[in-house]
Design a protein around this ligand. Structure first.
Ligand code: HGY
Ligand code: MN
Ligand code: MN
Length: 416
């Protein structure tokens, strides 16, 4: 069975181009018209090989290739198509295109697996608009994604309206849940988004575990006032106080974290956001990630204490609200071992590595036997237009995925 890397690359380019923006950047933010267009292109690829995908109640696209034994649970593969703003061609899309390519190779070879194969595109993995993502995978697992109809996105739009225009209704989300025994395993191919594989010239990573991620919305309340007539000593400048806190975040990580612990403030909203007004309020998101939940909680406590100190000394107040919480997850042993055996048989150099980025697999692993395959990100760049993965490495990743599917297909559910 042949993986056609040229075809995969051409499709990655087509999806990228459908996210072209007027300012020259490319984005397919979840629920945007570009996201809708990209999903349609993806579904058409499946239609062209005679498979009609369905869209579930959470907006997930599921394309199913029937197996020879209808009583068997599905082998699921896939990832996400939504991007961050000015994102690249590979994050998420590689996993969806790889699932499609494997199906196309199987169909072309006339090879029928025993288990059905389901290629899934999860809804809103990135969580850019509402601050928390993984919506589609959470719904598949029967978890509450913490989404509320009254959530307001960064453009001031209500979630209820945004998802309605996407053909979804929040109250129907639970109907997307899959029974535990309906999934044999879930395998996600993804770009590493870090530099380990590229630095070590390895084409494949077998993922051992995925870092946990907690997100917080922080509001610092100062006092808006005239920027010309309010003396420096009389100000309660929320942006200055927020900045003092943010500048200390790296220090908190150094004190309480380990080598791969990270914490980031990646958004900032200043109210009223006027050049001649002392900022009265700052709203920003803090994110903490690590392979240890204990360390994440230690940093949370330290961040709260630090913020309290800064606000008290400035005479200001704050709120600190956890908006999402995901603990670190190890990958399932039999799926991980099956991926590793496949790489060995193909003769590709590889390493077993943890993932610092999160993925839908972080959620899927809590319910279904889940494993991940990484391919290198050149210079470790991702969430950027400069994201790059070589065609040859994507081909190898697809081959590992195909071999892993075929091996998993021959395994008995009760043995795993
Ligand atoms: O943010 C992440 O780790 C993922 O790429 N969405
Ligand atoms: Mn991403
Ligand atoms: Mn991703």
């Amino acid at each position: 069975m042949e993986i056609n890397a040229e075809r995969v690359f051409a499709r990655l380019n087509e999806l990228y181009e459908c996210g072209a923006q007027e300012d020259g950047t490319h984005s397919r933010i979840a629920y945007s018209k570009e996201d809708v267009a990209g999903r349609e292109i993806f579904m058409n690829y499946f239609r062209s090989i005679g498979v009609q995908p369905r869209v579930d109640e959470a907006g997930n696209i599921i394309a199913r290739l029937e197996g020879t034994d209808p009583s068997l649970p599905a082998i699921m593969v896939g990832s996400h198509l939504d991007t961050v703003p000015d994102g690249g061609k590979f994050d998420g899309v590689v996993g969806c295109m790889a699932g499609l390519e494997v199906c196309e190779a199987l169909v072309a070879a006339g090879h029928k697996t025993k288990h059905p194969i389901e290629v899934i595109v999860f809804t809103d993995e990135e969580g850019f608009r509402f601050g928390s993502g993984l919506l589609g995978s959470s719904a598949i697992c029967g978890f509450d994604a913490g989404a509320s109809e009254s959530d307001i996105d960064m453009y001031g739009m209500q979630r209820a309206d945004v998802i309605k225009s996407y053909g979804m209704n929040l109250k129907d989300l639970p109907k997307a849940a899959k029974a535990k025994d309906s999934v044999h395993c879930f395998i996600e191919l993804h770009v590493e988004q870090g530099a380990y594989l590229d630095r070590n010239k390895l084409p494949i990573g077998v993922v051992s575990s995925i870092a946990g991620v907690n997100r917080y919305e922080v509001v610092v309340n100062g006092e808006a006032n005239h920027a010309g007539s309010t003396r420096m000593a009389d100000r309660k400048d929320a942006l200055v106080t927020a900045s003092r806190f943010i500048a200390k975040v790296p220090q908190l990580v150094a004190e309480h974290g380990e080598d791969f612990t990270v914490a980031t403030v990646g958004t900032m909203k200043v109210v009223p956001n006027s050049v001649n007004v002392v900022p009265g309020q700052c709203i920003f998101h803090l994110e903490i990630r690590d392979q240890s939940q204990e360390i994440m909680l230690k940093i949370e406590e330290a961040a709260k204490a630090c913020l309290m100190q800064e606000c008290e000394s400035a005479g200001e107040s704050f709120t600190f609200r956890k908006i999402s919480e995901h603990k670190p997850e190890p990958m399932n042993k039999w799926v991980k071992d099956t991926i590793e055996e496949s790489v060995k048989e193909l003769g590709y150099p590889y390493a077993v590595i943890p993932s610092g980025a999160f993925h839908d697999s972080l959620i899927m692993a809590q319910v279904f036997p889940t494993g991940m395959i990484f391919v290198p990100s050149i210079n470790g760049i991702s969430h950027s237009r400069y994201e790059l993965t070589e065609k040859e490495d994507i081909k190898k990743g697809c081959e590992v995925l195909l071999k892993t599917i075929l091996k998993a297909d021959s395994m008995n559910h009760s043995c795993c």
